[in-house]
Write a protein that binds this ligand. Structure first.
Ligand code: C2E
Ligand code: CA
Ligand code: CA
Length: 286
């Protein structure tokens, strides 16, 4: 039934043992997710976003991890879609936001006071009743200014659906109080430039697939330069993701990409490691 529902058109799927195996695995992951959520078993790691010119950390992206003792690791790309399908993303997403705000609170009056945290959110969270009030309440409880929280959404979450109006209303209400919205993986999904005109977007994140193989790949170079120029003309900030080499960093700096994120600077790390990195102030690279 899940397979049939997932396909684009009306479809019939026949039972197969492979399907049963998949269904059992999925069902077991779903149950484990529920249990881990109740037991508070998740953790957040943080990946630095670095200013391309000064090489100072300006913010971090929160990325969820599911530590499972002595078991095969399950990565977010596997369990987040299951959490989305089952609705578990709503409580899980709330936990992520609460945790990120708590971290901002702990960083008050420390060397990390200037950092913003961006959090990935799914469309299901954005059309869930009470999401705006939840975020506003969480910021208020910790007395965190709204501009310190960024929400990352992908283009597919903005695609026309029956929840489109509700999602847009939520984004508007959140940006009205000062929260920043980024478009994640920009250019890889349902790209509608009119969304940039209508929606209160502040940041575009250039997907890793465009950053790979620059400067050698001239098409990627052309796409990146176009995204940066589009962002500048619309008064948006740009972050390049998945930057792994010094060559990529040099190119992106030359194209005036403001912020860099990727393994070249750091993998996602714990809050303690972020604190140590910030104290180091900057990387001694090119
Ligand atoms: P994303 O938001 O596009 O996050 C970037 C992913 O690329 C992360 O994978 C990060 O660890 C990885 N990455 C960063 N720099 C590099 C690099 O230089 N090279 C390579 N090869 N990879 C890099 P991760 O943490 O496994 O997350 C995968 C996806 O899962 C995320 O993609 C995001 O869509 C989703 N996700 C993660 N945490 C959350 C969360 O708290 N809530 C929701 N809704 N989704 C999340
Ligand atoms: Ca992201
Ligand atoms: Ca991304």
């Amino acid at each position: 039934m899940y397979q049939a529902k997932k396909s684009e058109q009306d479809n019939v799927y026949f039972y197969s043992s492979e399907l049963t195996e998949k269904t059992i695995k999925r069902w077991s992951t779903e149950n484990n997710l529920r249990e881990s959520l109740e037991n508070n078993d998740f953790i957040l790691l943080y990946q630095p976003k670095v200013c391309s010119q000064t090489q100072v950390i300006v913010g971090v992206e929160a990325l969820i991890r599911w530590p499972r003792e002595n078991k095969v690791p399950i990565y977010p790309s596997e369990f987040i879609p299951i959490a989305e399908d089952t609705g578990l993303i709503v409580p899980l997403g709330k936990w992520v936001i609460e945790q990120a705000i708590e971290q901002l609170n702990l960083w008050k009056n420390t060397a990390c006071d200037h950092l913003s945290i961006s959090v990935n959110v799914s469309s299901r969270q954005l059309y869930n009743e009470g999401f705006t009030e939840f975020v506003i309440g969480a910021l208020k409880n910790s007395n965190i200014p709204a501009f310190k929280l960024e929400l990352e959404i992908t283009e597919e979450h903005l695609a026309p659906t029956n929840q489109e109006a509700k999602i847009k209303e939520t984004l508007k209400n959140l940006t009205d109080i000062g929260i920043k919205i980024s478009i994640d993986d920009f250019g890889t999904g349902y790209s509608s430039l009119s969304q940039l005109k209508i929606l209160p977007i502040s940041i575009l994140k250039i997907d890793k697939s465009f950053v790979d193989n620059i400067p050698g790949n001239s098409k990627n170079v052309a796409i990146i330069k176009s995204i940066i120029s589009l962002a500048k003309n619309l008064n948006l900030k740009v972050v390049a993701e998945g930057v792994e080499t010094i060559e990529q960093l040099i190119c992106l700096r030359e194209y005036n990409c403001e912020m860099i994120q990727g393994y070249y600077f750091s993998k996602p790390i714990t809050h303690l490691e972020i604190e140590q990195l910030v104290l180091k102030k900057s990387w001694s690279v090119a």
